[in-house]
Design a protein around this ligand. Sequence first.
Ligand code: NAP
Length: 263
Amino acid sequence: MKVFITGASSGIGAALASAYATRYENEEVILGLAARRSEHLQKLKIQLEKTPQIRCRLYPLDVRDQSALTQAASDFIQHHGAPDTVIACAGVSRGTLTEHQEDIAAFQAVMDINVMGMVHTFQPFISTMRAKGGGQLVGIASVAGVRGLPGAGAYSASKAAAISYLESLRVEMAPCNISVTTIAPGYIRTPMTDVNTYKMPFLMDANVAAIKFIKAIEGKRRFVVIPWQMGWLARLMKFIPPVVWDWAMKKAPYKPRLDWDWL
Ligand SMILES: NC(=O)c1ccc[n+]([C@@H]2O[C@H](COP(=O)([O-])OP(=O)(O)OC[C@H]3O[C@@H](n4cnc5c(N)ncnc54)[C@H](OP(=O)(O)O)[C@@H]3O)[C@@H](O)[C@H]2O)c1
């Protein structure tokens, strides 16, 4: 089993790496782990490689850097061949308000990381996967991409873009036997949601979620919302008319607008 994961330094990405290592304990597991914080990746590698058949290759990079991902993909392929699965999990979420000029940079960063980062992640693997006869691309979107959430314009727009992009990609990749899975998580307990002060319905532990994600990937699901209760809410969100949406969102809590040193 060979899997390349971005956003592997924390939260869902790190939980996915651990869950793959546990689930495939009786076979060799090669994990390509990418994120900016190399010390977090290093810690994860040490922990995972305690199991002899797990091997991790680390790629400290920013998903906005297309050439860094091209180099990472080429290194992974050179050492291990085409991955079975590439998971674009790297993402950021910040409160943004269009009326604040200083939020423009945050809009740009959220779109670049959550949308272009996904494109940069998949692109350098596709020709090798095609030549191998197939593979799987997985994009981590969000229920926040189903409708526009107030106070989170950048994040909602980026995840809506990711959902549409992945849908285009799914049809494009079908003739070469590369399946595309879109996972739209609801609330998962990670550093991204730890900052939220409001109530998060159906909040799920990241390790529990990771196992469900892997089952959805193995089942080659086209689009899945996890947890399933959020799936029903997402269906409802999609079909209610704008006037009802506006009314329902009137008192919705806003994600905090934080400092900009994270850019
Ligand atoms: N938690 C939820 O409830 C939830 C719900 C819906 C969707 N999601 C999505 O799930 C994904 C993972 O989120 P999470 O909850 O696990 O959050 P998290 O714990 O904050 O993890 C985000 C990951 O993305 C990486 N990342 C961020 N910016 C990056 C960049 N420019 N280049 C490379 N890596 C970058 C981070 O690593 P570095 O900082 O080390 O680079 C980290 O590994 C995101 O796409 C998020 O939008 C999460």
